[in-house]
Design a binder for this molecule. Structure first.
Ligand code: 4NP
Length: 172
């Protein structure tokens, strides 16, 4: 059976997208879906390639029960845009940068991550990099909610395999 693959994208891949991956990873584990769902994260910029997440985000995530210290940053590559089922941008700038990359390629399954939220009304995950500690926890709040919504979508696709492709295409 086809696996569902998810890529979280922000600018540097050291704050928002790695914590999104780390939170989502725990949801996938809790749902016992590690064989069915794969995930990764990447940045539109290459500045932090090979680096662990920002130490402030590692600390905030740990306080909330997520260990993301094993993750390493990488830059988004053109291949990603045609191989992942979900490509989830943290903000409008990330989305625009990804759209620029796919101009001459088949359409990717691109959306804002928070569009998958159940309760959150915000559209973008704000960049916490230049702000204080609260910003990092706010990111985790937003990401937890959107990860719950995304898990619901994915679980319903996995329970109804005959509608899998249609459901995925609809999200584009
Ligand atoms: P991220 O945050 O996109 O959530 O990883 C940032 C990380 C680094 C920088 C900006 C944002 N930076 O300017 O180096």
């Amino acid at each position: 059976m086809k696996k569902i693959s998810v890529l979280f994208v922000c600018l540097g891949n050291i704050c928002r997208s790695p914590v999104a991956e780390g939170v989502f990873r725990e949801k996938v584990k809790a749902a016992n879906l590690l064989d069915d769902v794969t995930f990764d994260s990447a940045g539109t910029a290459a500045w932090h390639t090979g680096n662990p997440p920002d130490s402030r985000m590692i600390a905030a995530a740990l306080e909330r029960g997520y260990d993301i210290s094993d993750l390493r940053a990488r830059q988004v590559k053109a291949d990603d845009l045609t191989t992942f089922d979900y490509i989830l941008a943290m903000d409008d700038e990330n989305l625009a940068d990804l759209e620029d990359m796919i101009r001459d390629q088949p359409p990717a399954n691109l959306s804002l991550f928070l569009d998958h939220s159940i309760k959150v009304t915000e559209r973008e995950v704000p960049d916490p990099y230049f702000g204080g500690k609260d910003g990092f926890f706010h990111v985790i709040d937003l990401v937890e909610n959107a990860a719950d919504g995304l898990m619901r979508e994915i679980e319903s696709q996995l329970n109804r395999p005959q509608q899998e492709e249609t459901a995925i295409i609809k999200k584009a």
